[in-house]
Structure formats: C-alpha cells, structure tokens
Design a protein around this ligand. Structure first.
Ligand code: ATP
Ligand code: MG
Ligand code: FE
Length: 344
C-alpha cells in the first residue's frame, strides 16, 4: 500500500510517502530556531508554525513522489503523544485531506512510529522482537510480539527520559536548546571514564512494575552536583569529559538492559528508535553489545531517528497490511497516548 504520513507532535511539521517498505519522499520543516531563544519549545509558536507549514509540506511530499492525493491508499497522522495544539493542526489537516479525497485515515501513535521506521532500512520486524525507544520524552523497552498488533511495555523510565537528562545537563553547561546534539559533539572529544557518573538503576528496582525500568534523574543530579562543586572550587569545567562520561553511563545502562531483555525474550534482534538514538556514543555502544551478544541491532539513519513523516507513513502501512480498521472520522487527539495504543 501507498501511505501519506503526516507529523506535527512537537516542533517538526513533516510529510512523507511510503510504498510498502520504500520511502518515496520525506519532507521536514522545523520551527526549532524560533524556540531556541526561549530554551525550549513554546507550544503556541509551534502550533502557528504547523498551520503555516502544513500545506507546503504535504504538497512537496506528493510532488517529490510524483503523486497526487488520488494515488495514496491511506493517510496516517500522529494523534499523540505530543503537544495538544500541535497535534490538533496536523490531525485537522489530515482529516480534511481524507474527507476531501475519500481516503481512510489512521490516527497513529508517534512513539511507535519511531520504531516502525526501521523497516525502511531493515525490512519487516521478526516475530517476538525487543525494541528500545529513546526519544525526547520516552525511554522504554518494548516486547513486540507481532507488529503492529501485539506490543507490550517491558520497561520504562521511572522519572526523566534519557534525552531529557541530556537536555537538562546541556542547560547546566550553558548550551543552547536542544542540547543533546551538542553534548554528543563534546563527548566525542572527551574521556568517558574521566568522571564517575552513576548508572541509573542497573538492576530492576525491587518491587518495580517492570524488571527493565530506567531512571535518569539521579544521573542528572549527580552531574549537576559534580559541576557545581568544581565551579565552587574555582576549577574550570572539563566540558568534553563531562559530556563523554555522561554519555558513556547512559549508553551503557541502555545497552546492557536491552541485551538482557533480548536474552530473556529470546530475541536475536533489537529495534532502536527515537531522537536520542541519533547519539553517537549510544549507537556505538549498542552495536558493540549487539556484536558480543549475537543480537542484530537495527538503528535507523540519523534523519529517521528524529521526528519525521516517514515513521508515521511506515506505521500506517503496517496497519493497512494488518487489516486494522481505520480511525473514525471524529477520532480525538491524545497528548498522553499510551504506548500500548498503536492507533485510534
Ligand atoms: P517523543 O518522540 O518522545 O514525543 P520528541 O518527538 O520531542 O519526543 P525526538 O524528536 O524523538 O523527541 O527526539 C528529540 C530528542 O533527541 C531531544 O532530547 C534531543 O536532544 C535528542 N537528540 C537529538 N540528536 C541527539 C544526539 N545526537 N545526541 C543526543 N541526543 C540527541
Ligand atoms: Mg523536534
Ligand atoms: Fe519523537
């Protein structure tokens, strides 16, 4: 099937066309620069930017694929999780297109899209596979028994997401928003063992809901405390070493738990997705662990890690192929859409 995917959960307006496992076009417009001076995404500004970028993005995605709306079999749009005002723009636009062109529409889960997108590079999910989602707002390990029909959460963060932890440390170091990529660059020049950064929750917490839960707020606090005391002592902060040590600790705990999960669920594949999987230390660590555990680690190319329309279209293809009923014309947005809900 041919699916038009539309994304507007946060600060990216994006549209893409996927046919089967083939990416025919992929257009992303970002309002990130407009938010930078505020140190974070301003929902009102992001919503306005979506309203402006929606039509140009969709028409470019169709033109790049040499198609008109009549050529697509279905439309998929992120219905959550995300900023309500942003979601409303994308979903309303997508509903209008579906109504006008008489096409089925799927309101999909953006975060599940982050792992679905790997199929464009690596093909369909094997049955019974593990998936690690590391995005701006999520850090979760999923057991994907049958994509997109049966997905269970095996572990999730008890506090901050890994990406959030990076963004907060970045602010502390005085980096502009978003700090993740900047920590990545500094980390590449630093010594990952220079500073002792604790690994959040190396074992499952006793009595925790999931044995593979994560925790990163203590990691952030430890770095903040170390930086604070060095500053108080009048020492210069070795920024590269701080970034490298932070990345090493976070990447190690993510890779270690993912591999343990693969072993327990008897999966020799690990699917990885989300903006934080753009991080070079995490990518290297996952591939290194995958090699020694005999696990095929599938991490998408960088431009498919951060928010895009291809991930939405790809999940739409999965839903069409699985014979899942399209969403009702009055389907809602859900800014807190749970990972267990794949579509509306
Ligand atoms: P969610 O998908 O959970 O709703 P989101 O869509 O806002 O969140 P993504 O676009 O998936 O988030 O990811 C953005 C996050 O990825 C930010 O925290 C950003 O700092 C981080 N990020 C992007 N590139 C890198 C990198 N190279 N290293 C570390 N973090 C990165
Ligand atoms: Mg973004
Ligand atoms: Fe995202």
């Amino acid at each position: 099937p041919v699916v038009l995917g539309i994304e507007s959960t946060c600060d990216e307006t994006a549209a893409a066309i996927v046919r089967g496992r083939e990416l025919l076009s992929n257009v992303v417009a970002s309002s990130m620069e407009e938010h930078a001076r505020y140190g974070g995404v301003i929902p009102e500004i992001a919503s306005r930017a979506h309203a402006e970028a929606f039509v140009p993005c969709v028409s470019k995605a169709l033109a790049d694929a040499n198609m008109t709306l009549a050529d697509v079999d279905a439309i998929a749009v992120s219905a959550g999780p995300g900023l309500a005002g942003c979601l409303a723009v994308g979903v309303s636009g997508a509903k209008a297109l579906a109504w006008a062109a008489n096409k089925p529409i799927y309101g999909i889960n953006h975060v599940i899209g982050h792992i679905a997108v790997t199929q464009l590079q690596f093909g369909p999910f094997p049955k019974d596979t593990l998936a690690l989602i590391v995005s701006g707002g999520h850090t979760s390990l999923l057991h994907v028994e049958d994509m997109p029909r049966k997905i269970d959460v095996v572990g999730t963060t008890l506090d901050d997401a890994a990406g959030e932890c990076f963004d907060k440390v970045a602010r502390l170091l005085g980096f502009p928003y978003p700090g993740g990529p900047r920590i990545d660059r500094h980390g590449q020049n630093g010594d990952p063992h220079a500073i002792k950064v604790p690994m959040g929750l190396t074992q499952g917490k006793a009595g925790a809901a999931h044995p593979y839960d994560f925790s990163f707020s203590g990691v952030k606090t430890a770095v903040a405390r170390w930086v604070g005391s060095e500053q108080a002592a009048g020492h210069e902060i070795p920024v590269d070493d701080v970034c490298a040590s932070l990345a090493d600790s976070v990447a190690t705990v993510l890779a270690r738990k993912s591999m343990r999960g693969c072993r327990q669920y008897d999966s020799n594949t690990l699917i990885v997705g989300g903006g934080f999987s753009a991080n070079s230390q995490l990518r290297a660590k996952l591939l290194e662990f995958g090699e020694s555990y005999g696990v095929d680690v599938r991490i998408p190319q960088i431009k498919l890690c951060t928010d895009n329309g291809a991930m939405v279209a790809m999940l739409g293809v999965n839903l069409v192929e699985a014979g899942v009923a399209p969403s009702a014309p009055d389907f809602p947005i859900d800014s807190a859409m749970p990972l267990t809900k794949v579509s509306m």
